[in-house]
Design a protein around this ligand. Structure first.
Ligand SMILES: Nc1nc2c(c(=O)[nH]1)N[C@H]1C(S)=C(S)[C@@H](COP(=O)(O)OP(=O)(O)OC[C@H]3O[C@@H](n4cnc5c(=O)[nH]c(N)nc54)[C@H](O)[C@@H]3O)O[C@H]1N2
Ligand SMILES: Nc1nc2c(c(=O)[nH]1)N[C@H]1C(S)=C(S)[C@@H](COP(=O)(O)OP(=O)(O)OC[C@H]3O[C@@H](n4cnc5c(=O)[nH]c(N)nc54)[C@H](O)[C@@H]3O)O[C@H]1N2
Ligand code: SF4
Ligand SMILES: [Mo]
Length: 767
């Protein structure tokens, strides 16, 4: 395995890629002559499970991907997406040179031209209109790349804009807010201890298709089967009888949007029946009595009709949860992107706390990642600020420094001080992933300037004035900054690039670094200047910090010790050295299948950063939102509501261009229950017109009793029929954009997260 040689040929910092203007797509001599195959290890970047793959490489082409049996974490697991790594990697539609807009048209350009244009347009705009004139949109794949983990924070602190948007407000922001309020840190997210728990209560998650989320666990399906084999219990709450629900001991087809009511009733029963037992956690929790009062009126009888459940079943679920030796409550998308997403996310942890399962093996634990800060003594922290400022147009409160993605279009369209005039979109396709893509489409076309860092010319990047394409994943080094902090087992893996970077391509870390320089008035400086600045800043802080492992040492000496072939790797090495384990980049390179850092362990109270230094069970903003939940006790949808779904061979909006993943049962159809179909006169396969607040779309009907009555389901990420894109496979089977049904006004108010599940729709047979 030639991991070092592969990475050593990567360009050094400061190399001007356009100095060697070689067409990147020309087959290299060895691939043309069919050089001997070799294998290289690479962690899969296509979902949160982070499986270790063994790639077969012939010449410079990835011809096969299988699971790495020796991977310390995934032990050989792979899914169809991971197996398609090679096909995705060599997708001919991938952009291989930057594009710049000239007289309205995008044309291929050199990197030099592209960054020159960025600097020439962005600097005057920033100087004239100030930092908020630039909006930044960070999309999902940033959590799957080293570049996305290392550089956006630097970009944001350089720009100092408040117009920051990310996929989080279409996804997990409710969890950040509830963790921030409960534990004082938005990124302290407990994960269910899948390998050791006796009882799992899962709401709004379908890991048999998604492979898990906010719970990084390769072979999630196998772990659920193992739980049942060892005598444990699995309850799945989902309006659809998913493949995950089919594995469960109990499937609860809840009415969408009512999980917070169900969870509140479970808490009510625990109090009412004296089933709370905080165990060792009790000393670190405040607000239990206040919580009991707040849950008073959420009786099983009071919530039953809204949830469409039996009060008795709710009591049974609560008793089973309390009686289990160990248990974990876990909620995802279906409990997050809903009207009461933050309350539901909060109640998930409240139940873990009330049953003494938070922070104990078999319950829900805080992972400790290799690049987390080394432990420091427990005690009061700074707490979590929420709503420290508001969005300009609708006054949405910020959460974790971000504004709601659903408010992006209005912030671009509405004139005035602070209007977004330029946008930097990194790994984001909000035209499909956020509410009302048509409006966003129009808004983007009205920008003064737009930059997309994206390998595809798609629904969003087609609006850019400059497209900066990262290389295929085989050309990038890999480390999971985000997912190690959500993993069910502590471990660390690093992969150098599997294939040397072809001439003409630029590493994504270098793209980000050059972008930062271009917008900050340092255009043309050596990109490693960005990393050096971060390293100097971080080490200066660390040596001054009495709790740091390098306290009192010399910054220059520590800097000189850092390994790594480029700025990004030096930063990784620094983070590992400052982290909680005795790790270095060299040590990870010596262990290509990963380093096992042991099972999750208790971390309370050290992990807490609340002002009280304790878990604050009933934080003010949560208490203030409870009246809204109380009002929901009486709400019943008059007609149908729509929920989403994911398919194993999909990935949000951008994997529909891989032929082997697009097709078969991975289709953009509307699932309708047979009774609803009969009532509405809908035939299987016929087109149906779906109308909601935001608009109307047409999709083929798929009649199935996998979805409950009163609920229909349409997947997201489709709608590849806009002109000016370059995704030939996807646009041949475009599907429709479910988010066109939304106008962006439905939000979970505490987190600014869009309501993407459980909104009312009307169906009529399409003419
Ligand atoms: N109705 C509905 N809408 C949803 C959801 C839902 O469940 N229902 N789910 C929401 C969720 S959870 C999420 S996370 C969002 C996701 O929405 P987005 O954050 O917009 O992410 P994607 O749709 O995955 O688009 C990712 C973009 O990144 C590009 N890309 C891929 N790989 C790379 C790379 O290595 N580097 C760079 N720079 N770019 C790359 C792709 O070409 C694509 O343009 O969608 C949300 N939208
Ligand atoms: N194959 C594949 N894998 C993926 C992705 C993908 O697009 N495709 N996307 C990745 C991303 S970005 C994410 S965030 C994760 C998401 O991972 P998951 O959270 O597991 O996502 P889903 O598969 O959408 O499962 C959500 C479930 O919630 C149900 N649901 C809808 N509304 C409600 C409700 O009100 N209450 C309850 N209890 N359930 C409800 C839906 O029927 C659905 O089965 O998946 C990741 N993995
Ligand atoms: S489960 Fe996720 S990480 Fe594993 S191979 Fe499939 S897509 Fe890749
Ligand atoms: Mo997501």
């Amino acid at each position: 395995m030639s991991r070092t040689s592969a990475a050593r040929t990567a360009p050094t910092d400061g190399a001007r890629p356009e100095a060697a203007p070689e067409p990147a797509h020309r087959p290299t001599p060895e691939s043309a002559t069919g050089a001997a195959a070799r294998t290289v290890l690479r962690v899969c970047p296509l979902c949160e499970a982070t499986c270790g793959l063994t790639l077969t490489i012939e010449g410079t082409r990835v011809t096969k991907a299988r699971g790495d049996r020796d991977d310390v974490f995934s032990q050989g697991f792979i899914c169809p997406k991971g197996a398609s790594f090679g096909e995705l990697d060599s997708d001919p539609d991938r952009l291989r040179t930057p594009l710049v807009r000239e007289r309205g048209e995008l044309r291929e350009a050199s990197w030099q031209e592209a960054f020159d244009l960025v600097a020439a347009r962005m600097r005057p705009l920033l100087e004239e209109h100030g930092p908020n004139a630039v909006g930044v949109v960070l999309g999902n794949p940033n959590v799957h790349t080293m570049a996305g983990g290392l550089y956006p924070p630097v970009l944001l602190s350089t720009l100092r804009t408040r117009n920051i948007f990310s996929a989080s407000t279409l996804d997990q922001m409710p969890k950040h807010v509830s963790s921030g309020l409960l534990f004082g840190s938005a990124i302290a997210i407990p994960v269910p201890d899948l390998d050791r728990t006796d009882h799992l209560l899962m709401l709004g998650a379908n890991p048999l298709e998604s492979n898990g989320s906010l719970c990084t666990a390769p072979d999630f399906p196998g772990k659920l089967k193992a739980l049942r084999r060892r005598g444990g219990t699995l309850t799945v709450v989902d309006p659809r009888r998913t493949r995950t629900a089919q594995l469960a001991d109990r499937h609860v087809p809840i009415r969408p949007g009512t999980d917070a009511l169900l969870l509140a009733a479970l808490a009510h029963v625990l109090f009412e029946e004296g089933l709370t037992d905080l165990g060792e956690l009790a000393a670190h929790v405040e607000g239990v009595d206040e919580l009991q009062d707040a849950m008073e009126e959420f009786t099983p009888e009071a919530v039953a009709a809204a949830c469409d459940m039996d009060a008795d079943e709710i009591r049974t679920i609560a008793r089973e949860l309390a009686a289990a030796e160990t248990a974990a409550v876990y909620g995802r998308i279906g409990s997050s992107t809903v009207e009461h997403g933050t309350l539901a996310s909060w109640l998930v942890d409240v139940l873990n706390i009330l049953t003494g399962n938070l922070d104990r093996p078999g319950g829900a634990l805080f992972p400790f990642a290799a690049t987390d800060r080394a432990p420091r003594p427990a005690g009061p922290g700074k707490g979590f600020g929420l709503g420290r400022w508001s969005s300009r147009v609708s006054g949405h409160p910020e959460a974790k420094g971000e504004l709601p993605m659903a408010a992006l279009a209005e912030e671009i369209e509405t004139p005035g001080d602070g209007q977004i005039r330029a946008l930097i979109a990194i790994a984001a396709n909000p035209v499909l992933s956020a509410p009302d893509g048509d409006r966003l489409d129009r808004a983007l076309s009205g920008l003064d300037f737009m930059i997309s860092v994206d390998p595809y010319l798609n629904e969003t990047s087609r609006h850019a004035d400059v497209v900066l394409p990262p290389p295929p994943p085989s050309r990038s080094a890999h480390f999971d900054f985000a997912f190690n902090a959500l993993a069910v087992h502590n471990q660390a893996r690093f992969n150098p690039a599997a294939v040397p970077l072809d001439a003409g391509l630029m590493d994504e870390c270098e793209i980000h670094a050059r972008l930062i320089l271009a917008v900050s008035g340092m255009h043309g400086a050596d990109p490693s200047a960005v990393d050096d600045m971060v390293i100097q800043g971080s080490l200066a802080k660390a040596v001054a910090d009495p709790h740091s492992p390098v306290h009192g040492q010399k910054v220059e000496e520590l800097t000189a010790e850092l390994g790594g072939r480029n700025g990004a790797e030096r930063r990784l090495d620094m983070m590992l050295r400052l982290g909680p384990y005795d790790l270095t980049l060299d040590k990870l390179l010596e262990n290509p299948h990963g380093v096992d850092l042991g099972p999750l362990q208790s971390r309370v109270p050290q992990v807490l950063r609340t002002r009280s230094g304790r878990i604050e069970l009933l934080p003010g903003p949560i208490a203030d939102d409870l009246p809204r939940l109380r009002a929901a006790l009486g709400e019943r949808p008059a007609g149908l509501v729509l929920v989403g779904r994911r398919h194993l061979r999909s990935n949000n909006s951008w994997l529909h261009n891989v032929p082997s993943l697009n097709g078969g049962s991975n289709r953009c159809t509307l699932h309708v229950h047979p009774e609803d179909a009969a009532r509405l006169g809908l035939a299987d396969g016929a087109l149906v017109s779906i109308t909601a607040d935001g608009g109307r779309v047409e999709a083929p009907v798929e009649i199935t009793d996998a979805v409950r009555t009163g609920v229909v389901s349409l997947p997201h990420g489709w709608g590849h029929d806009r002109p000016g894109t370059r995704m030939s496979v996807a646009s041949a089977r475009p599907g429709v954009n479910v988010n066109q049904l939304l106008d962006g006004s439905r939000l979970d108010p505490l987190s600014g997260t869009a309501v993407l599940n459980g909104f009312p729709v009307e169906l009529t047979p399409a003419p």
